[in-house]
Design a protein around this ligand. Sequence first.
Ligand code: URA
Length: 468
Amino acid sequence: MYLVTLNSETDFDGWRKAARAFALHHIAPADVVWHVQGQTEDQMPPGLSEAPSLPPIETESTFTVPANFIELARVAILHREGERFALLYRLLWRLKVDHDLLATMSDPDVAQAITMAGAVQRDAQRMRDLVRFREIWREQKAHYAAWFEPEHHIVAFAAPFFARRFADMPWSILTPDVCAHWNGHAISFTPGISRTEWPAPGRLEETWRRHFQPGRLTTTAAPVKRRRNLQDASTLGSILGPLLADAERWTGGRISPRPEAIMGHKAAAKDLEALREEAAHCRACPLYKDATQTVFGEGPKDATIMLVGEQPGDKEDLAGHPFVGPAGQMLDRALEEAGVDRRKVYVTNAVKHFKFVPRGKIRLHQKPNTQEIRACRQWYERELAGVQPDLVVAMGATAAQSVFGKITPIGKTRGRLIDLPDGRKALVTVHPSYLLRLPDPEAKVLEYQRFVEDLKIAANLQKKARAA
Ligand code: URA
């Protein structure tokens, strides 16, 4: 009998290395016991000591397993079930002789591993949905903290998501397992807080001060640039998606999340009103300081088309509604000419606060920068998850940057349907303000016509959806 001691509950590399060595030495799963360093005596299998050392592996001996098994194992290993290491080794052992094993959804080991990965994904999604940062330590430098109780070992797995979404604010997520901290550059981890110290919302600051106030913050591991190392849900989804789709078919839908949920695009389809309320308090970038209010998207939540603009202008900032000023009137006219019913369209902006510089009594529009677009993208993503349109129309460069997640030149992409990775279509066109600014009347007419032509593509889609 061999005993393997893994460094931590999430020691995938340790598991992988040991599993590979055991498999190459033909050591059957029944002869391997897995445990995690620091487990108490009563959690240890009785009468076992560390694994006797294995003879060196012949250099030419090797075997391969499907890439999706590795991705499945990476996620399933984060499950809290103690049996997971043995289950995954059993799967690896069996995959050596049956390379297509993962396609056999009726196999209990396969089904269990997929169920575990699904539970981990759901828990990570729950964390993304429920974590609410509170501003603390205001008298010094603002810091944001949140409390969360994960079901599985997902904190390190989910932390990069928060680093991307709240890139500009230093935050800590305190949990009983491990605490994650973001300083604007890197994520670091410290031990969890004992359950007896669970902070009530009003005592979050006190708990944070006691444990983590700068100077006291000792990390368990060197701060890690985790963005690249840690898979997030969207990367994983593309790999696990087909596998979980099959799992769902096999179980008649009992296994969730659906592959789309794993990919994130249908995840967090939170009620739009709740999202609007949450966005009203957004502090993810400094634009909230000067703007009157957050201008959230509007429209029916079953809209098949989502129109995305740049940011609210002066009128929108005061009214609290998107596209109600001069650009909105231009847009309304073009939509009508193209045959798109605006009442059936969800209209929003890439950035939800008005950015401007005061010039006397006037507030001069300023283009949002990449950091601001990025900080605000969470709202666009969550609106997308809530509305689930078939087509997203990006009007102007800022909208295109948000929709595609990167700088996207309009000239090269304009006027045709483009597939988005989540299965939706995107259409890029100009922003109506661009038409308003054109000084040459002839160019204005021509450009306006082109804009209408672009919107006709959306109109066709709307008609088809109506007919269906
Ligand atoms: N321009 C935009 O991009 N959005 C608005 O809501 C108004 C003007």
